[in-house]
Design a protein around this ligand. Sequence first.
Ligand SMILES: [Fe+2]
Length: 344
Amino acid sequence: MLRRASDTGPPSGRCMKWLLALAVLAATQRAAAATLTRGPYLQLRTTHSVTVIWDMDAPARCGLALHLPDGATTVLGGGTAAVCEIRVESLSPGRSYGYTPLAGNVPLRPESVFRTDDPRVPFTFLVVGDTGSGSPNQNAVRDLMLATPADFLLHVGDVVYDFGFDTEFFVPYRDLLPRLPLWPTVGNHDVSAAGGVPWSGFFVTPANNPAGVPNYYSFDAGNAHVAVIDSNLSTSPGSPQYTFLDNDLAASTALWKFVAFHHSIYSSGTVHGSNLPVRANLVPLLDKHAVDLVFMGHEHNYERTQPLRANQVVAPGTGTVYVTSGGGGHDLYPLRTSSFTAYA
Ligand SMILES: [Fe+2]
């Protein structure tokens, strides 16, 4: 009735109503037309869940369109914010899910795909550190990672150096992060930037330690257990982090045990070399729990050791192999070899 009345009103009245309607429509679209400025990126991937995070240039209603393996689509809602963080749960192991971040009901970018963890099948992961340069070196390594199918990315620290997280991380990896869940490690440069506040502000970790701090944690991936330590903090026996690592590794029944931290403790590099205090603290613990692989960075190069136990080279399968993967983006440091070197 009202509509019919407006249709038959004087031309100027109809025009006013159309203009009003257009203004309301434009305002609605303006409210939903936030622009994606960072991400989306994937955190805390498990067999049944993942966390999707993205930033926008203005607050908007956070939503996530989830494309299920059976073809159905469901929309998960969040609050209104400029930084959206949506936890996706009740998923199935080893399945691929499409997802699209929404501002209101407006898609912010084309659909991306993540895959949940599956302990029953082989898995692949990438380990990289010392990436933050925004340089052609970083982009070259990034391109190799893009071309390598993998289940997740373990970053061994120094995400950011001097030019900020966007230039050195989110922009170079904008095609990688939407599909590759990230597990971060704190490097020395990450804490030198505003005391590590930006690192903690961007990344979410399980923080599954008694202190509930994000800097050290552990997670399961496939048939492996991975403990991530902050080597900027104390690793001395009796320290909270040492106690956490001891208890965490003892509690895991996973077939493979991996540990990651930033400062390499077995490096033949000529700039930093091996961090001997951290080596003295952690090697007895890593030996005690028969850790299979340790991933580190800080030295800007790649080195893999022979199996080591009590600082001695031992037979394969009876020691820990230490991998330094710090060639992720900066100019490489000179590298020699040592008695423990298997490949450098
Ligand atoms: Fe470093």
